[in-house]
Design a protein around this ligand. Sequence first.
Ligand SMILES: Cc1cc2nc3c(=O)[nH]c(=O)nc-3n(C[C@H](O)[C@H](O)[C@H](O)COP(=O)(O)O)c2cc1C
Length: 184
Amino acid sequence: MTSLRIGYLVGSLSANSINRKLALALKRLAPADVELFEIEIKDLPLYNHDLDGSYPEVANVLKAGFADADGILYVTPEYNRTIPGGLKNAIDWASRPWGQSSLGKPSAVIGASIGAVGTAVAQQHLKGVLNFSDAPLMNQPEGYIQFTENLITADGEVTNEGTSDFLKMWIAQFSEFVAAHAAK
Ligand SMILES: Cc1cc2nc3c(=O)[nH]c(=O)nc-3n(C[C@H](O)[C@H](O)[C@H](O)COP(=O)(O)O)c2cc1C
């Protein structure tokens, strides 16, 4: 029986995103009573506060995804040493209308890059944004994944035992973090 629901946002719009593969790996490796589901961001228009009284349906669906989740997981690439614009745009939609932010749920950040930096800089910037939203944010363990060729298959199977063990531990820790904060 599922007892926790974690919504995840993938910061890449690419069909072959290594970060989507990472998200699918975490979904497979999550504890049995934890369900991960995607909160999609790819069809959102650019945020415009003129629309705060009349959100487009796609933005309402985004906010419904946040409302449906006990915790929020951001799985993101690093673009030009920061947060991808598409993900920041989704966060801006989720943060409004004024007084109705969806961001305050227990949250965590993880990401994969081709290079050894493992999205560390983007994650620091994203954590700064999430701190402003006052969301309870898991600081440890950190997850900086260097995506070597075929590390994770398209349907989320991790081909390296050490990485699989690490991701299993990481998502178990985040599940505990969500459960602890959701209970408050
Ligand atoms: C616009 C752009 C900017 C990038 N900037 C960075 C960067 O700052 N740091 C980094 O490690 N990789 C950077 N990369 C390489 C990404 O790690 C690589 O493209 C990765 O596949 C992106 O994740 P995704 O497949 O989930 O989209 C960049 C890629 C793009 C397309």
